[in-house]
Design a protein around this ligand. Structure first.
Ligand code: MG
Ligand code: MG
Length: 643
């Protein structure tokens, strides 16, 4: 290929994905991949073996979708074989080269040998590859060599590179795979010493950090860059530095994805690559990288409001619950059946508007009363919208009347909407401009702000939504925790503003509909906000005030307090005070956490009140089983035995 001036030739974003990465039948996968914006696919031999199509038919289908085949794989156990196996591997390779001719692709992957009979030896392997290079040249194809993390003799890209270097053949190159490098904790900066034109393709995958067998980890837990814990950004920075200018190909094997939708997975994959290269471009300003230019990740300052869609009939129950929490109805929309309830810096919008085709009305029709939208306060709302849409989030807008501002918004998790607000007069003034204040009597239970939103989703969709938030916003992810519900497991993970955790969303992934979260999901027809947590600076004062307002806390069992006293060695007076007010308690190295839950509303929605003391970092996961037990007790139909 010769010398290329990598400074003048920007790295192009060429997106590719292995068809095995997503679910569905082969034609459905191709359609989803093309629609999500990919330009290439990796084809596994199994794709046409299981789909029962010939290589030529597969080639036609791929072409019809406007895609190219970036790689054909896998070819196993090639290098370093003793005779007579050695001769057979060459015959096998030649047959694959013929298939590649029919597929119309010129690159094959050989992964490092795992066979117990392979001999090892860098020069032996290099000689094998040189000879294979001659054969490949006759067929007009190229071969890339990949070090599997569990390869028998070669399990490190540095050794694979040494073999490729010594093979010294223009048809033989290296294949890098972020999982194989990073799972073995090999310093990705070692890639910077490899010439870019000898890297034939780069495969990308992330993974959650687990201490387990590498092969099992790879086959079941890979995920999209940004969804896991591996330093894929550092890996890609090093790749970009080499001048490599070929496809970035996602090769993901994940059990969680098998039940997911092909469309959503393809979109996640494309989003993950665009987001990755945006990070790399920012961290390597001296390397020319041609990716869509977009504003940097959005700093979310707070949740400015939450909006419920409901009906005139059901509104009263919600309003009554809010008033027992100390909220007052402080304003009404000038043009629409929309009311504003406020307290401290919290705004709750209740939308019962039926004029025209509003999204709120449609949302109510499908899901019943639900918190379908929220507004995030950001530095620059237009830029936030630009970043979100550049990452594939659909912009959301509705017809506005004269005098109404069109607030930048995107479709968010499930069937929700996320609005972006900022300090510009146009956006910060909407509450005064579009609403008329109502006379209010002072109420207040010292609730100051929204501490967190809790969204419930199917477990398979959790990664989709975590990636959504993490690519758009400057947030970090907390470790995943398992919440045991008598009906099954609920997995919970939070994203929090980074460095300031003022914006907090917990995602709860329900395995099945027998859990409390799963039941909510089934009965409200989809992913949604299941609870909203308000912050107070004095939980005991708030509890006393709520009592005066007629608030009914979720009653917590006596056993919980006995256990709590023993677990933390609490003073009896303190434990009594918690119990008297149905306050749940948790503590970590950094501080303390207090929680009061409301009873449920509708299909399992509830409010939470929290006080954080010190720098407590969690969400009271220890208490969740007790909360769920209490909710289940109250949900039990009348006449059922109470134990
Ligand atoms: Mg690979
Ligand atoms: Mg919570």
């Amino acid at each position: 290929m010769g010398y290329r001036d990598t400074r003048r030739e920007p790295v192009q974003l060429q997106t590719s994905i292995a068809t095995v990465s997503i679910s569905g039948e082969f034609p459905e996968k191709l359609a989803a991949i093309a629609k999500a914006g990919f330009t290439g696919v990796e084809i596994f031999e199994n794709d046409f073996l299981t789909y029962d199509a010939s290589p030529r038919e597969v080639a036609e289908m791929v072409k019809d979708h406007g895609l190219s085949i970036t790689l054909f794989q896998p070819f196993r156990d090639f290098e370093g074989m003793p005779e007579p196996q050695r001769k057979r591997t060459f015959e096998r390779a030649e047959r694959k080269f013929e298939i590649m001719g029919e597929l119309g692709t010129d690159l094959m992957l050989i992964c490092s040998n795992v066979s117990p009979i392979s001999l090892g030896g860098i020069d032996r392997a290099a000689d094998d590859f040189h000879e294979l290079g001659e054969l490949a040249a006759r067929h007009g194809v190229r071969v890339g060599y990949e070090a599997l993390a569990w390869g028998r003799h070669i399990n490190d890209h540095r050794d694979a590179w040494e073999i490729v270097r010594r093979a010294d053949h223009k048809n033989i190159g290296l294949i890098l795979d972020s999982f194989h490098t990073l799972s073995r904790k090999i310093d990705p900066n070692s890639i910077r010493a490899i010439p870019g034109d000898k890297i034939f393709i780069v495969q990308l995958a992330d993974a959650p950090l687990f201490d387990m067998d590498l092969l099992y980890w790879s086959r079941h837990f890979r995920n999209m860059p940004g969804e896991g814990d591996l330093p894929v950004v550092d890996f890609m920075r090093a790749v970009a530095a080499t001048g490599y200018n070929g496809p970035l190909s996602l090769e993901i094997f994940n059990d969680q994805f098998r039940g997911g939708s092909a469309k959503a997975l393809a979109e996640d994959g494309h989003r993950s690559l665009v987001n990755l290269m945006d990070r790399v471009r920012r961290l390597e300003p001296d390397i020319a990288i041609d990716v869509p230019v977009m504003p940097d990740r959005v700093t979310a300052q707070s949740v400015e409001f939450v909006e419920f869609a409901t009906s005139e009939d059901e509104k009263d129950n919600l309003a009554a619950l809010l008033s027992t929490l100390g909220f007052v109805r402080s304003a009404r929309h000038r043009n629409r059946a929309v009311e504003l309830y406020t307290q401290g810096n919290i705004r709750i919008v209740i939308n019962t508007d039926k004029s025209g085709d509003t999204f709120a009305d449609a949302s109510y029709t499908v899901h019943g009363t639900n918190a379908y939208a929220f507004g995030v306060k950001v530095d620059n709302a237009r830029e936030a919208l630009a970043r979100a849409t550049a990452l594939g989030a659909p912009a959301f807008s509705e017809e506005r009347q004269s005098g109404e501002v069109s607030v930048p918004a995107v479709q968010g998790v499930g069937n929700g909407v996320i609005y972006f607000l900022d300090e510009t007069p146009e956006l910060s003034g909407i509450w005064e401009r579009e609403f008329s204040a109502l006379p209010v009597e002072a109420s207040d239970a010292n609730l100051t702000r929204i501490d967190h939103l809790a969204q419930t989703t199917q477990y398979q969709e959790m990664l989709t939504w975590l990636l959504f938030y993490q690519s758009i916003f400057a947030v970090r992810r907390t470790p995943m925790v398992d919440v045991v519900d008598p009906g099954g497991l609920v997995r919970s993970q939070a994203i929090e503003g980074d460095p300031q955790p003022h914006f907090r969303v917990t995602m709860n992934g329900a395995d099945n509909r027998k859990t409390f979260a799963g039941k909510f999901l089934a009965e409200s027809f989809g992913t949604s906000i299941q609870h909203i947590a308000f912050a107070t600076d004095d939980i005991f004062a708030t509890a006393a005030r709520l009592n005066e307002l007629g608030f009914q806390a979720l009653p917590i069992s006596r056993n919980y307090y006995d256990d709590l006293e023993a677990r933390f060695g609490l003073e009896p007076d303190f434990a009594d005070a918690l119990r008297a007010a149905s306050i749940l308690y948790d503590r970590d190295e950094k501080g303390e956490y207090f929680q009061i839950y409301s009873r449920t509303f509708g299909e399992g929605f509830f409010f939470e009140i929290v006080e954080r003391r010190g720098d407590y970092a969690g969400y009271g996961a220890m208490n969740a089983p007790f909360r769920i037990a209490a909710q289940r007790r109250l949900a039990r139909p009348a006449g059922m035995p109470k134990r």
